[in-house]
Design a protein around this ligand. Structure first.
Ligand code: ANZ
Ligand code: ZN
Length: 880
């Protein structure tokens, strides 16, 4: 049949029609009144930056495929969407474009919602919200005031980046090479009061809960464990002597290695430690060092790598066992915020102490030795080589030079010393966490106002619930030098809810991680008076959560923390917010550039470059279309603005249709791996869809097929039917269990290849073809739902929601093989093939194989010693 007679695949028309049907029938709006098991499929909500990018497309397509598949397999599926709408980019754009952040944000949301709809995602849009609207953030403010009353939110001083020219606090990303991004002024560290949430109260539970999450990737759980960083150790007290020998308040250290206590040759303290400040009062040199230490970065990575620096304070600590006096040094690698801000230094066995002692000529002492040394080298102790053998965790060690503790192993020494210090009230066992309380104050305008009132008499008072929300004014102009609400005395002015005196509002706003920590719960309960109502327990926990690995630590930790807060507020019953987590890989693309004479690079978008590929499909040459001259191939990288290698989804959808874009992004790589965008691949997907469409049209044009009669099929028809059902089995497993959408698509492609070669136009041939095409349409529906919506009608069905069609089921009878083909080998070399009945007895298979003409030739003159049969596959004749 010619193409004039088969209506061609027209993605625009097909997609508009399907989307219209879903919209008018409200196909994806769901509620709790369902007999079916619930399934909550959630993709991380986007920041409305202006336009969808390919990373979004990939993330949301994965979620959509899972959602549609789950609905087809009989679940009541919730797939919501919203906007993580507060944040710094809106302020920057507002300064640049002279629009209010709210206006910019809402315009972006409108544009991006349109793009989402064009992708055809099966979203329940009736639940949509933007986190910057008062009816969302009012709940967050209420939660916060309740946490304040429970003591789970508190205020303390903490360091921020201060721009002395713009007179404003800067976010970390606004500090570029130590300078303010706008003013270029050297940034200073300043201590200001800020609000914190006591996430550390939940540290142990956040750690233990990871064991109940078999559906989360191990890599994420490991990152979370490390971030929580639980250590078991002792807190040990050292008496302290002032410069003149007078006793001062004792010092406490936290150590995970009390077994090394007899190797302590000094104590190191942080620059902010009270003893350091005490010693610096009459020591200008030390005071200068402390001032300098305040300047540097405070990240742990920086502290690990920076050069060790310090100074003797002149103070002395009394060793708690030996009674000896050891010096107290300030050391730049000791963090004030961890443990006690003081470390018992053991340069004989700790890398950092070793480096520090080497630099300042402090003594090193061996107190740990190998229990079973293999040679003199291992028996001896070279202070500069201790790492060589001490690092080997497989060797047993014992204490030496440690008086009564000699001979004990780590555990024995830990217990003995813990017992001793506890008895003498010189210390106790202690569990320490690296996790810090969560600082939620941001000195920015475009965020949720922190609902606190400051009164001269009553201090910090939570805004009473009936006065919430504290509204953020949306109609503002930003100058770039501070927040409009900080600058507006009218906004700040209020009365104290406790004593009625004149008072001021808090002008800081929340960290935007606050909004994204509980949005998943809000989707379950649109319109609820509280953050969540009883509908929450119907939908929660989330069955499948999908998002980027960049959120492995912070977002996912806060998300789990908030769920526990909601549980403790009796709003939800479960302990964890999400049962399964999928972290999709990056979308990458080739980069192209030209280098300028000053060394800078101009990056060219792949859409503007013509490439030549070698026979293996790799790019071997590239020219800029505009001038035909070559550009440098920069290799594949994550799509980004800086490398100008982003491919705009909208352009792709306009050119190929949403289904092709969806199909490519599911076909090109398994969800967890990186996906390389390449237009040749997209083209291939478009061809595949056109071909399928044409096959369906051609088949349908021949009129309706009769009912399938499995008993009346020819061998070829049976084989075709078997292929259909093998494909159904494979694809169901790929979707449901493996999330391997790429191999699911490949299996359907293979089915269609086989179907393309399947001949015959009699009734049963057409019935078998109808079954195969219907299966292909239903199997592909989660991935290319618009085309499938259209093809289903072409196949003779009324317009309907394919998600309510049952997912195809394997007919076990169709899988039975009548005949199998076996490879025949002689001494492991292939010599021929034979066809036998699937249930043929062993003797028959042996004789048929030996008689196969080519095989018989090779067996001539040999004696058959053994015949090995791999059922359904191989007959190997061992002969000699
Ligand atoms: C003596 C010692 C000997 C240590 C030895 C280690 C090895 P984690 O496992 O991360 O909890 N430490 C304690 N407080 C510190 C602070 N505020 N800043 C920097 N380092 C600090 O690490 C605990 C170990 O880190 C502690 O055990 C302490 O050094 C150091 F062979 O004490 B240890
Ligand atoms: Zn008051």
């Amino acid at each position: 049949m010619s193409s004039a007679e088969t209506p061609l695949y027209d993605p625009q028309q097909v997609e508009t029609a399907a989307q219209k049907y879903w919209e008018t029938t409200r196909a994806f709006e769901v509620n709790e009144a369902s007999e079916k098991p619930k399934y909550y499929c959630l993709s991380m909500l986007p920041y409305p930056s202006g336009a969808l990018h390919m990373g979004h497309v990939r993330n949301y397509t994965i979620g959509d495929v899972i959602s549609r598949y789950k609905r087809m397999t009989g679940h009541n599926v919730l797939q919501p969407m919203g906007w993580d709408a507060f944040g710094l980019p809106a302020e920057n754009a507002a300064i640049k474009n002279r629009t209010a952040p709210a206006k910019w944000t809402y315009a972006n949301i409108d544009h991006m919602r349109g793009q989402f709809k064009a992708m055809g995602y099966a979203i329940d849009w009736s639940r949509e919200f933007a986190t910057c609207t008062p009816d969302y953030y009012v709940h967050e403010q209420r939660m916060f005031t309740r946490l304040m009353r429970k003591g789970l939110a508190y205020r303390r001083n903490s360091v921020v980046n201060w721009d002395p020219v713009d007179n404003t606090v800067l976010a970390n990303e606004q500090v570029i090479d130590g300078r303010g991004w706008r003013s270029g002024a050297l940034v200073e560290k300043r201590e200001i009061p800020q609000w914190f949430l006591r996430i550390t109260d939940y540290a142990q539970e956040l750690l233990d809960g990871l064991d109940d999450l078999p559906g989360w990737p191990d890599s994420v759980k490991t990152m979370q464990r490390n971030w929580i960083g639980r250590s078991e150790g002792l807190e040990i007290q050292f008496d302290v002597r002032d410069l003149d020998g007078a006793p001062l308040d004792p010092l406490r250290v936290f150590t995970t290695r009390p077994d090394t206590v007899m190797g302590v040759s000094f104590v190191s303290i942080a620059g902010e430690h009270p003893l350091a400040m005490h010693a610096a009062r009459n020591n200008p040199q030390l005071a200068a060092l402390l001032a300098e230490l305040k300047q540097g970065g405070v990240s742990e990575a920086e502290l690990e790598t920076q050069e060790k620096r310090g100074m003797d304070t002149g103070l002395r600590a009394i060793h708690p066992v030996s009674g000896e006096q050891v010096p107290i040094w300030v050391a730049n690698f000791v963090l004030m915020g961890y443990g006690t801000g003081a470390v018992m230094a053991v340069p004989g066995h700790d890398q950092r102490d070793f480096e520090f002692a080497s630099k300042y000529g402090l003594p090193k002492k061996q107190v740990i030795a190998l229990k079973h040394p293999k040679n003199d080298d291992e028996r001896g102790y070279d202070p500069d080589r201790w790492q060589d053998w001490y690092g080997d965790k497989t060797r047993e060690t014992e204490l030496v030079n440690s008086a009564e503790f000699d001979g004990l192993d780590f555990q024995g020494a830990f217990e003995a010393l813990a017992e001793r210090f506890e008895r003498k009230a010189q210390g106790q066992r202690r569990v320490n966490y690296r996790l810090r309380d969560w600082g939620v104050s941001r000195q920015r305008y475009w965020g949720c106002p922190i609902p606190v009132i400051y009164c001269g008499k009553c201090g910090a008072v939570p805004v009473p619930e009936e006065q919430l929300p504290v509204l953020l004014p949306e109609d503002v102009t930003l100058t770039g030098t501070g927040s409009p609400i900080k600058a507006d005395p009218e906004w700040r002015k209020c009365t104290c809810p406790e004593c009625g005196a004149d008072a001021e509002r808090e002008t800081d706003t929340f960290d935007t991680f606050m909004e994204s920590s509980w949005y998943y719960a809000r989707y379950t309960s649109p319109g609820a008076r509280e953050a969540v109502d009883k509908r929450g327990n119907y939908w929660l926990p989330v069955d499948q959560y999908i998002g980027g690995i960049e959120h492995a630590i912070l977002h996912l930790m806060y998300f789990r923390f908030f769920h526990k807060l909601l549980r403790d507020a009796r709003m939800v019953d479960s302990n964890e917010p999400a049962q399964n987590l999928l972290c999709q890989g990056m979308v990458i693309a080739e980069t192209f550039y030209r280098q300028n004479s000053d060394g800078s690079k101009d990056w060219f978008n792949p859409a503007d470059v013509d490439v030549v590929r070698d026979e293996r499909g790799r790019i071997s040459g590239a020219t800029l279309r505009e001038d035909g001259r070559p550009v440098v191939i920069g290799g594949t990288e994550k799509m980004s603005k800086s490398k100008n290698n982003g491919v705009d989804p909208q352009t792709m959808v306009a050119k190929y249709g949403a289904d092709t874009v969806r199909l490519f992004s599911m076909f090109a790589a398994p969800p967890e791996q990186s996906l390389e965008w390449n237009e040749a691949g997209v083209d291939g997907m478009a061809r595949f869809l056109r071909r399928l469409w044409a096959m369906v049209q051609k088949h349908a044009a021949e009129g309706p097929a009769p009912a399938l009669e499995p008993g009346a099929l020819s061998a070829a028809q049976k084989a075709m039917r078997r292929k259909t059902h093998e494909t159904i089995g494979k694809v169901g497993d790929d979707y449901g269990r493996r999330h391997a959408f790429n191999t699911a698509i490949a299996a359907v492609m293979e089915l269609l290849n086989v179907l393309g070669k399947f001949e015959g136009s009699d009734g049963q041939a057409r019935a078998v073809r109808q079954e195969a095409l219907q299966a292909a349409v239903l199997l592909l529906n989660p991935i290319t739902p618009h085309a499938c919506h259209g093809m289903w009608q072409v196949l003779g069905h009324p317009e309907t929601l394919l998600e309510d069609q049952p997912f195809p089921q394997v007919d076990p009878a169709a899988l039975v093989k009548d005949a199998v083909t076996l490879a025949v080998q002689v001494n492991g070399k292939l010599r021929g093939t034979v066809e036998v009945a699937a249930d043929a007895p062993r003797e028959l298979i042996e004789s048929v194989a030996r008689e196969e003409s080519n095989t018989a030739k090779f067996l001539e003159g040999l004696t058959v010693r053994k015949i090995i049969i791999v059922p359904g596959k191989i007959v190997n004749i061992v002969a000699g």
